[in-house]
Design a protein. Structure first.
Length: 685
């Protein structure tokens, strides 16, 4: 079966999977709202509402959320004897009774959910018997990193009594749970605070959460709130309200989730922040939240002629925007804030796949991600020392402290060394886009020089042109303990060259050995000239792009004949399953730059459509996978769009636009809010 036939078969399969993931194939998908009108709890993959600090994952059950996670909250438990992401208090669960009848499945009809990506608002609605229509919307407030808000509206069809309860429940892994209820009286408002605190599994961290009601009573007093303790892991506060037929009653729950990883006194701070949010009030909270998201969306990717692609692109951007924020030194894991995937650890997924998207569209968020690496530079130096090497050796998996967090059974921990060069590449590109010499001197240079020292000590000097890098796990992770991996070697060369350039920019003297080493690291080839993935490679299937990354982002290969030969060779070695979305994303980017819009679009679709899960088209890591949301893949695909179809390129002078081509059905591609100056780039058909 030739390459073209393989792609045609894949496209047929994608149509089938497309229909399965979305329920139907729609030519008029809404660019901003993803709707789920038919919800099957047995085949449901939640979508995340997040603000870069707190992530809330949806549930198919009314008034439930699957989990709440906090960036930077790790402790030792479970998998691999390493730090793991923790579930935080589930502070948005509710109980609602109408006329004493609970929200069981038999009483609910027309249950539907939707995500408004433009406003980062998740809404559920349903009819409850013949009594009422119920609608609720929740937000992870962008302007308040630790705060959430849920607004509930009940429209009565006949007179009824509402019994509503805010339920605070501790996840199983937490211990020493303490529950509190406090009331603070003021002349015009009574502030009831439902608060819980607990220790992480080892006692290392304290996690705290607090909620309060926001009532909107135009006449009469607010409902009386009653506290009930159920058991050590759960308590609630509740109220009752009677409304007339035809009336709509609304109220809100506002809450805070925070830990000692974020604040020295998380218990009191949780209550302070909840009080602050409550007294801001519903309108101000939602208004500031929507304005913050409007500012984020000034950096956008707009496609004309392909409504479903437009919605999917917005979903990818929405998730990346949701999973990180400026002003802190936390960094997104492969699954962002969508759950506990990959223990919440930080890999090359951030530096090579997600970071460039933030850097092009929101450099201020990219700076926070570089702060994460800079603040852990000393640990990287200690890691190099432990391996008998110089400079800084970044860990393959990083969490809170920056020590190696890879489980010992995974060989990527001690051997997947290209991560160090990926950190350096991100640092150099940050300078290239921002042209911030002060940052380069203060933070970029320490990273670039220390990582260059690592590679100068890591190579084995076996003669001219043979400064080899042996015994590594390749970027193609199915290749373990091999020599002279193409990507590792080329990335090491780039690291050494960028450190030398940084020295020139700053007027410093570069280590002469860096350039000597860079000039002698080999890139291997087959006898026909095709770039060879590693020394012992014999044409077997590959997990992900390795050689093809030498064109982008490394700029090691620029000759079109070589690019085409490597593309044709390695694109035939991608199996139908088990490969992450970034592989096809790189093929998308390269074919677009070569002017082949047909192949570029085929690989664009193949990168993610088979990975979609219902009902919100969330992306899993692999075809048929069930571990969404895969932010790494979204980052790769968005690079395929911006740097491939859009022709954007990061150079030492900043972002420029090179020649590219659009897919046949795309009429126009517009990328707004690019770089520090917020420029707009357009590609027309």
């Amino acid at each position: 079966m030739n390459h073209q036939t393989i792609l045609q078969v894949r496209m047929i399969l994608m149509v089938v999977l497309f229909a399965s993931a979305s329920g139907k194939v729609s030519a008029q998908a809404d660019p901003w709202i993803i709707k789920a009108d038919k919800i099957d709890p047995s085949n449901y993959y939640g979508i995340t509402v997040a603000n870069g600090m707190i992530g809330i994952v949806s549930s198919p059950e009314p008034f439930k959320v699957k989990q709440v996670v906090l960036a930077g909250t790790y402790d030792l438990y479970g998998r691999g004897r390493v730090s793991n992401f923790l579930n935080s208090f589930n502070l948005l669960n509710m109980r609602l009774e109408l006329n004493g009848k609970a929200m069981d499945a038999s009483a609910i009809k027309n249950f539907r959910q939707d995500l408004d990506m433009q406003k980062a608002a998740f809404t559920s609605a349903f009819d409850f018997q013949d009594l009422a229509t119920v609608k609720y919307t929740y937000y992870a407030l962008r302007q308040l990193p630790f705060c959430v808000l849920m607004e509930v509206k009940v429209t009565a069809r006949k007179e009824l009594t509402i019994n509503a309860a805010s339920v605070m429940e501790a996840p199983d892994a937490l211990r020493d749970v303490q529950n509190y209820y406090n009331e603070i009286d003021r002349p015009h408002v009574n502030i009831g605070l439902l608060t819980s605190s607990a220790k992480s599994p080892t006692g290392k961290l304290q996690l705290c959460a607090s909620t309060s009601f926001i009532f909107n009573e135009l006449h009469g007093q607010e409902p009386r709130v009653i506290h009930e303790m159920w058991d050590s892991n759960m308590h609630l506060m509740k109220f009752s309200k009677t409304i007339k037929a035809g009336d709509t009653y609304s109220f809100c729950i506002v809450g805070t989730s925070i830990s000692s990883a974020h604040h020295e006194d998380p218990l009191n701070e949780a209550e302070r922040l909840t009080i602050f949010a409550k007294l801001e009030g519903r309108d101000r909270l939602i208004g500031f939240h929507e304005q913050a998201w409007a500012d984020l969306w000034k950096s956008d990717i707009q496609v004309e002629g392909d409504p479903q692609a437009q919605q999917d692109i917005h979903s990818m951007l929405y998730h990346l925007y949701s999973f990180a924020r400026e002003g802190n030194s936390f960094a997104p894991s492969p699954m962002g804030l969508s759950g506990l995937g990959y223990n919440g650890h930080v890999f090359w997924d951030m530096d090579l796949w997600m970071f460039p998207v933030y850097l092009v569209l929101h450099p201020e968020i990219a700076r926070s991600m570089m702060d994460y690496r800079f603040e852990r530079l000393e640990e990287a130096k200690r890691n190099a020392f432990s391996h008998g090497l110089k400079g800084a050796m970044y860990p393959w998996e990083s969490a809170g402290t920056g020590v190696e967090e890879t489980p010992v059974w995974a060989l990527s921990g001690p051997f997947e060394h290209h991560i160090t060069a990926c950190v350096a590449l991100a640092a150099w590109n940050y300078y290239c886009v921002t042209q911030d010499k002060d940052w380069l001197k203060e933070k970029g240079w320490p990273i670039l020089s220390a990582t260059a020292d690592f590679w100068a000590s890591r190579v084995e000097r076996n003669g001219q042109g043979k400064y080899e890098i042996k015994n590594v796990v390749a970027a193609d992770e199915w290749a373990e303990n091999i020599d002279n991996d193409a990507f590792t070697n080329a990335a090491a060369k780039a690291n050494l060259q960028y450190a030398t350039k940084a020295a020139q920019v700053l007027g410093l003297k570069a280590n002469a050995d860096w350039q000597e080493v860079a000039q002698n690291i080999p890139i291997l080839h087959f006898s026909d000239g095709t770039t060879k993935e590693h020394a012992s490679y014999k044409g077997e299937g590959i997990k992900q792009a390795d050689v093809n990354l030498l064109v982008y982002p490394l700029n090691e290969i620029s000759e079109q004949k070589q690019i085409k030969a490597d593309l044709e060779y390695y694109s035939k070695r991608i199996p139908d399953a088990g490969t992450p979305a970034m592989t096809q994303a790189i093929f998308t980017l390269l074919y677009a730059r070569l002017g082949d819009g047909v192949k570029a679009y085929q690989w664009f679709k193949d990168a993610y459509v088979p990975n979609l899960n219902p009902p919100f088209r969330v992306i899993a890591e692999t075809k048929g996978g069930t571990n969404p949301y895969f932010a790494t893949g979204a980052g790769g695909i968005l690079q395929g769009i911006m740097m491939g179809f859009g022709g954007l390129d990061i150079t030492s002078e900043g972002i420029v636009q090179i020649k590219s081509v659009l897919p046949e059905k795309w009429k126009k591609l517009t990328i707004t809010g690019v770089g520090v100056d917020g420029k707009t780039f357009v590609v027309n058909k």
